[in-house]
Ligand binder design. Structure first.
Ligand code: BG6
Length: 480
């Protein structure tokens, strides 16, 4: 592994993402022993004028106070230094560079090189200027070697054209191997498990195609609305917030062909190919919803047509998947908080038990909460009669891996950025393809041609979505 002083620079250090996700993830890594070398320093940068201690106090409350944590917490907070400045002002970034260089100078041993990780916990509107600033003023001196990497997070644009513009601006400053586009769903345990499941199990290999699978659902539900972020959300809507990124990444891992190896580029090549095979989305394959009360948020316009719910069928034009609908569904203010994948198999031909209509085979992967996988299968009802019942082969993580800690998505992903592993990050061409798929629909929503139906907060969402699902061929089974 590379050695040398490591500076983790959190830009937007006093903002929400930094407080709620970035610093807690760094702290958890620290507690697991990853950032404990004295070669590590963390720098916060933001516009607000604060002392080091004031920043530490601001984030302290967001870091988990488990038992025996106080000592770790105090030590971790001591790693953090703060520099303030504007996002487009040379002086601020020169000061930042100076602070980082001081740390490096005191730690650099012969043969070592500095490592600088810039985490942009900022709105994308400032990405171009911040990227310019860090490139010009905070690049490690060439003679020292080492690396600099930049971590960015969605929204990467609002449609194909704006995303491409942003990509070009950042791409003009940094090479692709330096850019880490986070989609935090790629850091989730069960999402990371999808490739293993598919390609390391004989069970699934022959069945994973149009001959056996009838339909696939990828569903995200939240049981709360846009509380506090209505104004932001209204500019994006649920397709840009969840479907075009998080659910589409899950889709790729489920639908892509087997990569040549597990090298990041091989995996990402296959993701791009399956995205390129998605057919244009038809209007009749889309249901949009908006929950009652959404526009009561004062920051949301009364006539907003922004969907807080969407169900969209993707159809793949290739040998494996022709004719198999992939239903991507996401909604806020629904009746539960859950994300899962549901793969429904076709009926058994020549059904001598006459049981298939009541229950097809289904393979369910619950991404969260309570990670689990289960296979619904038909068995004989125990007892004297020859009747059948649907039951489950169940792998529930909590029971099976008692005591195992499932890392938070951000922890894993930040560690990957330090290690230089881009497997779980979105490549530029992947992002472009993702926007290609959804841009026409998004433009029709923005133009008011595709309208939302209303649904009650706390409900299952619009009934139109259930009808869409039935039209797609899904057969509801009972239980589980
Ligand atoms: C974010 C969205 O990317 O993901 C939020 O912007 C959403 O709207 C969140 O709440 C959901 O993430 P998770 O990990 O809780 O499923």
């Amino acid at each position: 592994p590379e050695t040398g002083p490591l500076a983790i620079i959190v830009l937007g250090a006093s903002g929400d993402l930094a407080k709620k996700k970035t610093f807690p993830a760094l702290f958890n890594l620290y507690r697991q022993g990853f950032l404990q070398s004295d070669e590590v320093a963390i720098f916060g940068y933001a516009r607000t004028k604060l002392s080091d201690d004031e920043l530490r106090d601001r984030i302290r409350g967001y870091l988990s106070h488990g038992k025996d944590n106080t000592e770790d917490l105090t030590k971790f907070l001591q790693l953090i230094k703060y520099v303030s400045g504007a996002y487009d002002a040379e002086e601020g970034f020169r000061a930042l560079d100076k602070a980082i260089a001081e740390h490096e100078a005191s730690k650099l041993s012969p043969g070592e090189s500095p490592r600088r990780l810039f985490y942009l916990a900022l709105p994308p509107s400032v990405y171009p200027s911040v990227c310019k600033m860090i490139k010009f003023y905070c690049t490690p001196k060439a003679d020292l070697g080492g690396w600099m990497r930049v971590v960015v997070e969605k929204p990467f644009g609002k449609d194909l054209a704006s995303a491409e513009e942003l990509s070009s601006q950042i791409g003009a400053l940094f090479d692709e191997p330096q850019i880490y586009r986070i989609d935090h769903y790629l850091g989730k345990e069960l999402v990371q498990n999808l490739l293993v499941l598919r390609f390391a199990n004989r069970f699934f290999l022959p069945l994973w195609n149009r001959d056996h699978i009838d339909n696939v659902q990828i569903v995200f539900r939240e049981d709360f609305g846009t509380e506090g972020r209505g104004g932001y959300f209204d500019q994006y809507g649920i397709i840009r917030d969840i479907i075009q990124n998080h659910l589409l990444q899950v889709f790729c891992l489920l639908a892509m062909e087997k990569p040549v190896s597990i090298k990041p580029e091989h995996i990402r090549d296959e993701k791009v190919k399956v995205l390129q095979s998605v057919l244009p989305i038809k209007d009749e394959d889309v249901v949009l919803g908006q929950y009652d009360g959404y526009t009561e948020d004062p920051t949301v316009p009364d006539n907003s047509n922004t969907p807080t719910f969407a169900s969209v069928i993707l159809r793949i034009h290739n040998e494996r998947w022709e004719g198999v609908p992939f239903i991507l569904k996401a909604g806020k203010a629904l009746n539960s908080r859950k994300a899962d994948v549901r793969i429904q198999f076709k009926e058994v031909p020549g059904d001598i038990f006459k049981c298939q209509k009541q229950g097809r085979n289904e393979f369910v992967i619950r991404l969260q909460p309570s990670e689990a996988m289960y296979m619904k299968l038909t068995v004989k009802q125990p007892g004297l009669e020859m009747s059948t019942v649907q039951s489950e082969l169940d792998l529930s993580y909590r029971q099976r891996y008692q005591g195992a800690v499932i890392p938070e998505a951000y922890e894993r992903l930040i560690l990957d950025t330090i290690r230089g592993d881009q497997q779980h990050f979105v490549r530029r061409d992947e992002l472009k393809e993702a926007w290609e798929i959804f841009t026409p629909v998004l433009h029709r929503i923005d133009g008011g041609e595709l309208k939302c139906v209303k649904y009650k907060p706390g409900s299952r969402g619009p009934t139109e979505a259930d009808e869409l699902l039935q039209r797609a061929g899904y057969v509801q089974t009972h239980g589980y």
